[in-house]
Design a protein around this ligand. Sequence first.
Ligand SMILES: Nc1ncnc2c1ncn2[C@@H]1O[C@H](COP(=O)(O)OP(=O)(O)O)[C@@H](O)[C@H]1O
Ligand SMILES: [Mg+2]
Length: 422
Amino acid sequence: MNVLIIGSGGREYSIGLALKKDDKVSKIYFAPGNGATDVIGENIDIKDYSDLAVFAKESDIGLTIVGPEAPLVDGVVDIFKKEGLVVFGPSAGAARLEGSKVYMKNFLKKYDIPTAIYVETADEKEAFDFIDTLIAPIVVKADGLCAGKGVIIAQSNQEAKDAVSGMLSGESFGDAGKKVIVEEFLDGFELSIFAICDGDNYKLLPAAQDHKRLFDGDKGPNTGGMGAYAPTPLVNKKIYDDVKELVMKPTLEGMKKEGSPFEGVLFIGLMIVDGVIKVLEYNVRFGDPECEILMPLIKSSVFDLFYKASTGELDSLNIEIDDRYAVGVVAASQNYPYKSTKASEIIADEILHDNLKENAHIVYAGVTKEDDKLFATGGRVLLGVGLGDSIQEARDNAYDILGQIHFIGKKIRMDIAYQALK
Ligand SMILES: Nc1ncnc2c1ncn2[C@@H]1O[C@H](COP(=O)(O)OP(=O)(O)O)[C@@H](O)[C@H]1O
Ligand SMILES: [Mg+2]
């Protein structure tokens, strides 16, 4: 069967890599893909979603997988389904869980799913009154999609008020900030849990931890994510059980009641506060870089998983998870995340060690190809992914393979998975 993957990052590359191993998959297309995905399949330059659906029909695409949030929020799944195509991802209605933090928080409240206490408002006075009842730090969030920049952790009540004013005036985030969430600060550790859903049923993948900050020791500005590992030993059976009972069950039932059954990847951002789970947010797609480490940990067919989730058949599927660990370390470009960096050629050493050939690989993200040479052009350029029987081993493999890849300004964090190793 032919498969179409929408997106261009490391996430989409890693999905392609996993599907390529599958006998059921014949040809893989990427729209638009990046400078390295054309080794896995063929890159297609069609931006309009209706045109892409026409392409999918003409090219005999049996499954389309949508990577990033923007096309989901824009309704690409609805367009494909209307054409009778099989597509993995939530409808625009269900993607509101990520597209609007106000929708998400009100949903959590309505269905009694544990989360930080909050107010949701477009009124400055109401926000200020609530801020006056809180002790800093205080969290202020813009309602709409802000590419990971719409959350302010204010260190004083005044800073929280300033953040609210900046958002409500439209100055900070335009229309995305026309409504805000003000919420209590939760002090704990964060986890990402991914559930593949078909509307009624779901399969949980190993819990992962991302590293959002640019520098070692979780310092510096937030980024899209500088590395991740899974499974994390910070999750115990109680946390898994609580996620199933207190989050997954009411979420899937609730979304059905709301008329938007959830299909696709549900990414639950959790804060664990003294052993108690609280939902920080939902995302409606894989995290990037979490996807890059979860794909190689799925031992059974990744194609079946996505296909059966898209056709409502997950209950008949057993998935098999590798019992090893995976660590992914991002190599970003010099000026990331502030501004773009001049393109530089990527030079890869020949990998001579059998261990690395077997237990590590590179996932390409922000790269372009010219005359058969790869250039680092994007913010997050590539990842070294390592597998191993322990986190330490997986991590060593990830850093080892990353050490064989060179480009000017290559920026990496040296402490990925430190929380699991301390
Ligand atoms: N209530 C909260 N308490 C503490 N930290 C928070 C809270 N809400 C968000 N954060 C922090 O801010 C980050 C971004 O917030 P999140 O809700 O995930 O929004 P987004 O990913 O859309 O920017 C979280 O990963 C977490 O580190
Ligand atoms: Mg988040």
